[in-house]
Design a protein around this ligand. Structure first.
Ligand code: SAM
Ligand code: SF4
Length: 442
């Protein structure tokens, strides 16, 4: 039997693509192994969102350079593959497969080419306008399942490679998405996460013509489904109907990830984000105006070309006003093909680092204060695991917060008893900036 190893870098979209790739390989008679050393086929599913992410795959490939020719085949999948294309063969001549995510439907065909000894197999075109659907997805998590509803991106943010690496937007039909949710529910999944680079730009290509809010609502009504999450939402396409859908449906989780990138309208304009600070803040008001306790998280880029001290001060100010539950902060990284590459006034790295640290510290204090508000309150968690080192169960609240807790009856997994997969009410007794702790409530 042929063996393969796969390592995944980057976002949830990549993690889920790998689940589809693994399912397809198993279907083709391959067996997955835990280390590259044991594998005949070594695959890297790559990320190129920032320069550092891209460099990682080349350093991985260097480590195994000498293994090629000893019966090992190397493949580069994902965003670096799409971005660098056949240049990868020059930079790492022991690689035989280079394929972007829009070509995974052709994977079985590409495997046949590899097996017949072809040393330059590529899948780099965007000629298919449908999303990659496969019945063979091998899911890593038995309780929470990812579902891609839209692939690619039609925006053109000045800093971002995604439109080049993942191609134009392609939405799946609402019927096929709901069918997948129903199948997952029958298989015992209770939580699903709808995925897309801009998940809320979803447009049903079938005559039913659902928008994202309708799809979300219907997914939450599938019997057996207790939690629906979605990521990532683009603020421009984030309509009031999405907020109303969350407010109406208990199964839609109390969490929205709404990347703002900057608090300065001037910077947002140069980023080509298609919204102003004021328009973004209106969406925050909608979310805060619901009956639900909706956690809001975001992404911020510091040190975008031309970002002045006063632009950065506006970001700090917006962050204080919104009081995010958590955020990812990135130093701006120059990316090939993007508009911002040509912009003047690039910011020195030390200054980007300084801004990142200032923002991080401000946010740490906000998170600590926000999380402390949960002390003394009961929260429902979906149990995800057990931490041997701390002797605590690991749960996740609807707000997507980690809540570590002890349980009076089942102190640890054993004798066939586990809490993983269950939904429990937990009393929050302590709070840190990044997680909560508590005891199972009677
Ligand atoms: N589509 C989502 C949106 O528009 O908000 C974001 C998807 S992107 C994969 C995830 C995050 O990476 C972005 O929100 C942005 O903060 C960050 N990012 C993208 N390009 C970047 C760059 N060149 N430098 C630094 N951060 C970047
Ligand atoms: Fe990148 Fe902008 Fe598309 Fe998000 S919307 S994936 S940041 S180009």
């Amino acid at each position: 039997m042929k063996t393969f190893y796969i390592e995944t870098f980057g976002c949830q979209m990549n993690a889920h693509d790998s689940e589809k790739v693994v399912g397809t390989l198993l279907e083709q008679g391959y067996r997955q192994v835990e280390t590259p050393a044991e594998a005949e086929l070594v695959l890297y599913n790559t990320c190129s969102i920032r320069d550092k992410a891209e460099q990682k795959v080349f350093s991985r490939l260097q480590q195994f350079k000498r293994e090629a020719g000893k019966g090992k085949t190397f493949g580069v999948l994902g965003c670096v593959a799409q971005q660098e294309g056949e240049r990868i063969f020059e930079r790492a001549p022991h690689v035989s497969l280079v394929a972007g995510s829009a070509s995974y439907a052709r994977l079985p065909e590409m495997l046949v080419q590899l097996e017949s000894g072809d040393k330059r197999v590529t899948g780099l075109s965007f000629d298919r306008d449908e999303a990659f659907e496969t019945p063979h997805t091998r899911r890593d998590n038995p309780h929470r399942a990812y579902i891609t509803i839209i692939e690619g991106c039609d925006k053109s943010c000045a800093y971002c490679v995604v439109p080049f690496t993942r191609g134009p937007e392609r939405s799946r039909t609402s019927q096929s998405v709901i069918r997948e949710v129903e199948q997952l529910a029958r298989a015992g999944y209770t939580e699903v996460q709808l995925l897309g680079q801009n998940v809320n730009s979803y447009r049903d290509p079938s005559p039913a013509g659902w928008n994202f809010a309708t799809l979300l609502e219907r997914a939450g009504q599938v019997p057996g489904i207790r939690r629906v999450r979605f990521t990532t939402s683009h603020p421009r396409d984030f309509g009031r109907d999405i907020v109303d859908a969350i407010d109406r449906n208990e199964t839609l989780c109390d969490h929205v990830h709404l990347p703002v990138q900057s608090g300065s309208s001037e910077v947002l304009k140069r980023m080509d984000r298609l919204y102003t600070r004021g328009e973004y803040m209106r969406r925050i008001e909608w979310l805060k105006g619901t009956r639900r306790d909706i956690a809001i998280t975001t992404d911020i880029i510091v040190g975008f070309p031309g970002e002045t001290e006063s632009d950065f001060a506006e970001t700090l100010d917006l962050v204080r006003e919104v009081e995010y539950d958590s955020m990812f902060i990135f130093k701006y990284s120059t990316r090939p093909n993007t508009a911002a590459l040509q912009y003047p006034d690039h910011i020195p790295d030390e200054e980007k680092t300084r801004r990142l640290m200032v923002l991080q510290e401000q946010q740490r204090v906000i998170q600590l204060r926000k999380n402390a508000q949960y002390i003394g309150r009961k929260q429902q968690v979906h149990v995800e695991g057990y931490n041997q080192a701390t002797g605590q169960w690991i749960g996740r609240t609807s707000q997507n917060k980690t809540l570590n807790f002890t349980h009076s009856a089942i102190a640890a997994p054993g004798d066939g008893r586990t809490l993983v997969g269950e939904y429990l009410d937990v009393l929050v007794t302590r709070a840190g900036p990044n997680s909560l702790a508590g005891e199972q409530a009677a």
